[in-house]
Write a protein that binds this ligand. Structure first.
Ligand code: FAD
Length: 555
């Protein structure tokens, strides 16, 4: 992942999905896209004439140079949502612009105010499953921060880094290796994206919630001014990436999943590489075993025997990664139990499969392993497999980035995509079982194959429910969208909400936060209007609409 120096190189390394998925047959096997680059119509921002729009882009070119204003049909196509569950043009950008410095970005934001051009920042734009590189409001101009891709600090002694937004997981991993540093970082299942973009979306991995590792930011506000948060707000203070707060209020989380600023630098905490790792693979044979699993791991997680996100994933993950559905079943309904049994038998997996990772000092890991094994005596049907790694042995004790999981979207053939519905539940077995039963019933009703994971983080559990589709199968995508909306409603009725969602569902999910007549979203709106009176920054992000576009809210 080298630094792109030409516009062509930049495009190849940036948001484009087609043609770059070397590890996946997803795109190469796909039929010619219907929303292909030729003749992709220009969708203008609301209330703006084509002349005014062109004048705005010319002003942008005066700042970044003509080659970094990306406004051809091909460019617009590049920044569409590659996994759109329906019409990708519902979130079509009008153009993209790629600043080469923070100063250029500030100038662009000021011009955007002057020309009333709405902007949508992306770091690497790989937010696949949540909208990819596309904006919420059609006609918005993408601000691609891929050219700001420097690792500004990488500190082994205190285990942290300071990054620019274009730094990807592969780049950071490679830099840690190249400098031979004993550090590890949390890496999402799809590691193609940016470390900052992922943290700003509250991305996660086995290591836990990545936004929880944020420590200090530099941000361009919607008026183009620049601010540093926390201790970094003091010009010569070196503790910005070390101490979470400064003096007075803390602002970092205000820029997470919001449209209040464009983050140009972030401090992030890493972890020392472990001396030893014990991996405990766990197979659970029956769907209802996930309840006992939850009740066993909750006290272990709260007591610190286990750390990070503890996940169990349903059987289907083994099949979707390696095969296509047509190999197993041709019905339009959800996979029947007989096929589920065949999948479990072929891959020798349980209905649920998890890995508990003990990472750190060997003596502590061995002691914690004994505690875990004893706790699982309460679930005799669980099959545990233990493997060990010690520093100096072949292999590595730290997770490595991969894009292999992207293959799952090939399940139905054609141009694949997926959505994930992820409500947050209390960490209690009976609540988890109720959620599972309700969700599986809905999947059956809409004829969608169930694929779920429970990520346990101590007091709460995030239940990621995947829905995979072929974008060219209109009936399947329509059923998927209907299932998604039904799940939002069911969860809300049970008192649960999602922690993150796709562009098309931001208003729907935001509307479920209804305490005191949606007081929290009214507060977001007031902050938005105070900081961004012209509404130029990411209108609609997380259901936060500025006053000028508030009539576009969809729920
Ligand atoms: C098969 C598969 C597996 C996946 N597994 C995981 C997983 O395990 N964990 C996980 O978290 N995700 C996962 N994802 C989702 C997604 O691919 C990753 O989260 C990815 O890291 C997000 O893309 P990105 O990092 O390039 O962020 P971007 O797309 O660059 O940014 C995401 C959003 O954050 C905002 N944003 C970005 N940069 C800025 C900025 N500088 N200032 C202000 N706002 C900004 C924008 O709204 C943007 O749309 C998976 C996806 C797939 C397809």
């Amino acid at each position: 992942m080298t630094s792109p120096t030409s516009r062509r190189g930049f495009l190849a390394a940036s948001a484009a999905v087609a043609g770059t998925m070397a590890a996946s047959s997803v795109i190469s096997a796909a039929p010619a896209p219907r929303d292909g680059p030729q003749g992709m119509k220009l969708i203008l921002p609301p209330h703006l004439s084509e002349r005014a729009f062109t004048r705005g882009l010319s002003a942008f070119a005066g700042v970044v140079g003509r080659e970094w204003v990306l406004d051809t049909d091909m460019d617009r196509h590049t920044y569409l949502d590659a996994y759109a569950p329906g019409d990708a043009e519902a979130h079509a950008p009008s153009a993209a612009v790629a600043p080469g410095s923070v100063g250029e970005l500030q100038a662009l934001v000021r011009l955007a105010n002057e020309h009333r051009l709405p902007l949508w920042p992306i770091s690497r734009g790989k937010n696949l499953g949540y909208g990819g590189s596309a904006p919420c409001m059609p006609g918005t101009v993408i601000v691609d921060l891929g050219r700001l891709n420097k690792v500004l600090e990488l500190n082994e002694e205190l285990a942290y880094c300071v990054l620019e937004p274009g730094v990807g997981f592969f780049q950071l991993y490679d830099e840690i290796k190249a400098r031979n540093l004993d550090l590890q970082m949390g890496i999402p299942g799809n590691a193609w994206g940016s470390v900052i973009g992922n943290a700003l979306e509250r991305g996660f991995s086995q290591a836990g919630d990545h936004s929880a590792n944020i420590c200090g930011m530099e941000v361009v506000l919607p008026d183009g001014s620049l601010v540093r948060t926390g201790m970094g707000a003091m010009g010569n203070n070196a503790t910005g990436p070390l101490f979470r707060h400064g003096f007075g209020p803390s602002w970092d989380q205000m820029f997470v999943q919001s449209n209040f600023g464009i983050v140009t630098q972030m401090g992030l905490w890493l972890k020392p590489a472990p001396q030893s790792v014990i991996s405990v693979g766990i197979k659970l044979p029956r769907p209802e075993d996930v309840g006992r699993w939850t009740d066993i791991v909750t006290p272990l997680r709260l007591a610190g025997v286990l750390e990070g996100n503890l996940s169990v994933t349903s059987y289907q993950a083994s099949a979707t990664l390696r095969t296509e559905r047509s190999e197993w079943y041709s019905g339009r309904d959800a996979l029947p139990d007989s096929v589920v049994a065949r999948i479990m038998s072929r891959y020798d997996v349980g209905w649920w499969n998890g890995t508990l990772r003990l990472s750190g000092y060997a003596e502590v890991n061995e002691a914690n392993l004994k505690i875990i094994q004893k706790a699982f005596n309460a679930l005799p049907q669980a099959q545990l497999t233990v493997s060990r790694w010690h520093q100096g042995e072949p292999g590595s004790g730290v997770p490595a980035p991969s894009v292999l999981p992207l293959q799952i979207v090939n399940w139905h053939g054609g141009r694949g995509g997926h959505l994930g519905f992820s409500p947050i539940l209390p960490a209690g077995g009976s609540r988890v079982i109720e959620q599972l039963a309700r969700t599986r019933q809905r999947y059956r009703e809409f004829g969608i194959d169930y694929s779920g994971t429970f990520y346990h983080s101590g007091r709460s559990v995030s239940n990621v429910n995947l829905m995979i589709y072929n974008r060219d199968d209109a009936d399947l995508t329509a059923r998927t969208r209907a299932l998604f909306s039904a799940l939002v409603k069911d969860a809300a009725a049970a008192g649960y909400a999602e922690y993150r969602t796709h562009l098309s569902y931001m208003d729907e999910v935001a509307a479920t936060f209804d305490h005191n007549d949606h007081a929290l979203w009214r507060l977001h709106g007031r902050v938005k209007d105070a900081l961004d009176p012209n509404g130029i920054l990411a209108p609609g992000k997380s259901g936060i609409w500025p006053q000028g576009y508030r009539d576009r809210r969809q729920a």
